[in-house]
Write a protein that binds this ligand. Structure first.
Ligand code: ZN
Ligand code: ZN
Length: 410
């Protein structure tokens, strides 16, 4: 095997064994950029070797996406391949596994009409709504990871040749995903155990709220009573333990949809569907984002927040130390999958019901009554950094430090 083939094989093993935990007899839905076809082939082969019944291949391509924005009729952007979302829903219902390998130009849509961008996002979210419920309640094993493509690599490593940028991005991903470790699966098992321990300690603390203080941020995030902190792996109802995001450095839980107050300033740019949102500031009152400003991408961010009632409220709060390997690498990936693991973050939109004890068994009405947010969207943005303090607020109003200057206190 060439060095590249070895890298693809190692990444395929990581995706299927640590990420998805693909089981013999499962069908696999695989989504990969066309330009990463060699990696896709390695994953497909590895999946069949593990006993996959069938791999359903879905190719993605930035050029195809862009051609639509440039040339399709302006009134056609609410078109959607309904057959595809219905087939995925049927697959989820039947216990299939879902692996999404992403690779996209972070600035692909920067010159396109924000209203059309919003329409496409909203249309997709509407049609995938039921499927997203399978994902957020972890009824299926799923995993998202990223693969370098030239336009992305050159955004992350500007000023060098395409080949050099691609090599550097693969190296950075290798570091972030522990692929450069002699035994990546063993390194992951140690890491996942540490995240689980951290999550359990925060669950036991049962804070009523977290208070974030840092540059441009003074934010209190109320937590839903009975919340759990989750980190690393999740387990499906059928007992498959999988790691939905590779890499992952976070422990995350459940903000109360009506109890978020104060101002927060994003600490890194956010790439949302081909638009870079920079210098984002949001003010919350009683859970609702009432004021949103950004130096770039403001109208796309506002459009996202205006999607529905829940998209103006929080669905996730996550803690990541400033010393996480992705953070210390100093690389800004312009990809939330990586950047959210370099900093504590919050997400607007749909909450993960598994963050509530017994959440899986509760109806939508019961979850809402408990303070669990619902929305068509779920979009993370980074707020943490080496100057962020986080205090846990107990239900009696007393506080204790959880993070100081971006690091765990204990
Ligand atoms: Zn997160
Ligand atoms: Zn999230």
């Amino acid at each position: 095997m060439t060095a590249m083939q070895e890298r693809y094989a190692a990444y395929a093993d990581l995706a299927l064994d640590v990420g998805l935990s693909l089981q013999a007899g499962q069908r696999l839905w695989l989504s990969t950029p066309v330009s990463a076809a060699p990696l896709a082939r390695a994953i497909v082969a590895a999946a069949y070797r593990r006993g996959a019944r069938y791999v359903e291949m879905n190719w993605t391509d930035d050029g195809v996406t862009l051609a639509r924005f440039e040339h399709a009729p302006r009134d056609s952007f609410a078109e959607y391949p309904v057959w595809h979302s219905e087939a995925m829903l049927a697959g989820a219902h039947g216990g299939d596994a879902f692996l999404s390998v992403r690779g996209t130009d972070p600035q692909l849509l920067k010159d396109q009409d924000p209203e059309l961008v919003t329409t496409v996002q909203r249309t997709g979210a509407t049609h995938r709504r039921q499927f997203l419920t399978y994902i957020t309640s972890h009824k299926v094993n799923w995993c998202v990871l990223s693969v370098p493509i030239p336009a992305w690599a050159q955004q992350v490593f500007p000023g060098v040749s395409e080949d050099a940028a691609m090599a550097q991005l693969w190296e950075a991903i290798g570091g972030a995903c522990r692929l450069n470790d002699p035994d990546p699966v063993a390194a992951w098992n140690t890491h996942l155990a540490e995240l689980a321990r951290r999550g359990a300690a925060l669950t036991d603390a049962a804070y009523g709220a977290l208070h974030f203080v840092g540059p441009g941020t003074d934010l209190t995030v109320g937590l839903v009573p009975g919340h759990r902190w989750i980190g690393g792996s999740s387990t499906t109802d059928s007992g498959i333990t999988f790691t939905p995001n590779v890499p992952t450095e976070e422990v995350f839980s459940l903000p109360h949809k009506d109890r978020v107050d104060g101002t927060v300033t994003a600490s890194k740019p956010l790439n949302y569907g081909g638009t870079l949102i920079e210098g984002l500031k949001v003010r919350f009152v009683a859970g609702r984002a009432v004021e949103v400003t950004a130096d770039a991408g403001q109208s796309v961010m506002q459009g996202l927040i205006d999607t529905d009632e829940g998209s103006a409220r929080l669905g996730e709060v996550a803690l990541v130390p400033a010393s996480s390997p992705i953070s210390t690498s100093g690389v800004l990936f312009y990809d939330t999958l990586f950047d959210e693991n370099a900093a504590s973050h919050i997400a607007i939109g749909k909450a993960y019901s598994e963050c509530l004890q017994g959440g899986h068994d509760r109806s939508a009405e019961e979850l809402a009554a408990a303070g669990v947010n619902d929305s068509l969207t779920h979009v993370d943005f980074m707020i943490g950094g080496a100057q962020m303090d986080v205090a846990g607020v107990r239900t009696d109003g007393s506080t204790e430090p959880v993070m100081e200057q971006g690091e765990w206190v204990q």
